[in-house]
Ligand binder design. Structure first.
Ligand SMILES: [Zn+2]
Length: 456
């Protein structure tokens, strides 16, 4: 029998498929020195008792208390790190105005590394405290501050995928906030990629550089082409926004006479390691292109309610074979919590299915078969995110990373309404998904290391 670095014992929830959640009752999770789950052992397994005998009294044995459960760490596929500084503001104005009057001015301040450090440290702490163990970040156009964000993730133990944002088109970006020109945008991106890859060598949980054209409207053709080439050269992840709102979607149609998805593909910006935020206006051909290229959608339901002019048809896109994960879109979405976004995913899908205009008859009001369940929303926040990023994360099973949140349903300040000691575990799972607050998230682990420990 091999030596394990840590052993955890308790009941866990993990997606088996988009619709099905596995209840792993009283399992032993055996973690190796790389922070991977080497064995997940059920109580009826022949080795269970001998593992218990061997490790139970040791310091590296962790037994969950009564009322505590393991959930996989959540994976946030869309965070604008600098926008944390303006979360919750200006959500009542349209996307175009929101970018120009609020967002670009705040992002331009990240040339100041002291300011960047203050905001980024607070954001990474906040996301970890909300159970988010992996984040896909847009930073800003500034190379140094973007690298600082990757360093902060590395130091705090979060798995960070970070992009230096490219926006070089003078037509669509303000003079005070853009890349100086296409050449510097590409040179800075390449230097950033090399620096993050270097940082990754000493970062157990991984940090990853991400090629990040903000979105087509803010980039020249030269930048888009060059970024596609850099992504291929260094085999990096890619992120951008795709077909988000009426305005963004029709802008691309006018410029290229095709939809976002096909335009991005022409520049080499789709693929297995590409995640596109929003995608509300994908048609079936676009969706097929996503499925064929392995491109994923970062679904941001709270942000969509403010800026996307529509509800993403998650169920339909899943049926088309598109990978989908969940994003907060801080700060187009006001909440840093993927719990809030999982809940909104379900609620928005119900409105899409039923429709919203009471003046229409029931049969004309909505889009049939659009609802998703809380199980599916949980899948998006965990396993779907892992598949979107092509990383072994988001599931509590062998050969996946030990990225977990320990949920305490019994703490006095945020007790969950569980009154029956024998309550069905799948009901408890649903209560966790709908009612958990940051107070309930007692510990967070990434790649076998404890990165958050709540003491009050
Ligand atoms: Zn965004």
């Amino acid at each position: 029998m091999s030596e394990y670095t840590q052993i955890f014992r308790g009941t866990a929830f993990s997606s088996k498929s988009p619709k099905e959640v596995l209840v792993l009752k009283d399992y032993l999770f055996c973690i190796n020195a790389d922070g991977m789950i080497e064995k997940a052992v059920a109580p009826e397994h022949v080795d269970y008792q001998s593992l218990l005998n061997r490790y139970q009294e040791k310091e590296n044995f962790h037994q969950l208390a009564d009322g505590q459960y393991f959930l996989p760490g959540f994976i946030d596929l869309h965070v604008h790190a600098p926008q944390w500084a303006q979360s919750g503001t200006a959500l009542d104005i349209p996307l175009y105005d929101w970018l120009n009057t609020y967002t670009f001015p705040i992002e331009s301040k990240f040339s100041d590394l002291d300011f960047a450090k203050e905001v980024y440290e607070d954001l990474v702490n906040t996301l970890l405290a909300n159970g988010t163990t992996t984040s896909l970040y847009f930073a800003t156009v500034h190379k140094e501050a973007s690298l600082l964000l990757a360093e902060i993730c590395a130091e705090k133990g979060q798995r960070g995928l970070v992009g230096k944002v490219v926006m070089d088109d003078p037509e669509q970006t303000p003079e005070f906030y853009r890349d100086a020109n296409t050449q510097t945008a590409l040179a800075d991106t390449e230097e950033f990629i090399i620096a993050v890859k270097e940082l990754a060598k000493s970062t157990k949980q991984g940090v990853y550089p991400v090629v990040t054209p903000r979105f087509i409207p803010s980039c020249t053709d030269g930048a888009l082409k060059g970024l596609g080439e850099l992504a291929a050269k260094y085999d990096t992840h890619i992120q951008s926004h795709c077909s988000e709102s009426d305005w963004a979607h029709s802008y691309v149609q006018e410029r290229f006479n095709k939809n976002d998805a096909f335009a991005l593909n022409d520049f080499g910006l789709l693929g297995d390691k590409a995640v596109m935020a929003h995608c509300n206006f994908l048609n079936d051909e676009d969706a097929q292109l996503f499925a064929e290229t392995g491109t994923a959608i970062g679904h941001c339901p709270i942000s969509n309610a403010y800026f996307a002019n529509s509800v993403l048809p998650v169920a339909h896109l899943h049926e088309k074979g598109v990978d989908i994960g969940l994003g907060t879109d801080v700060s187009g979405g006001f909440s840093p919590s993927l719990y809030d976004n999982a809940r909104q995913t379900v609620m928005s899908s119900r409105m899409l299915e039923d429709g919203v205009d009471p003046n229409l008859s029931a049969d004309k009001r909505g889009l049939p078969n659009s609802r998703v369940t809380i199980n599916e929303a949980f899948y998006l926040a965990t396993s779907g995110g892992g598949e979107s990023l092509s990383l072994p994360i988001g599931r509590l099973q062998e050969n996946y990373t030990w990225d977990v949140q320990i949920i305490d349903t019994k703490i006095p300040s945020a007790k969950l309404p569980i009154f029956d000691a024998n309550e069905d575990l799948s009901d408890i799972f649903q209560k966790i998904m709908y009612l958990v607050r940051p107070e309930n998230i007692r510990e967070v682990w990434v790649q076998g290391n404890k990165v958050h420990n709540r003491i009050n």
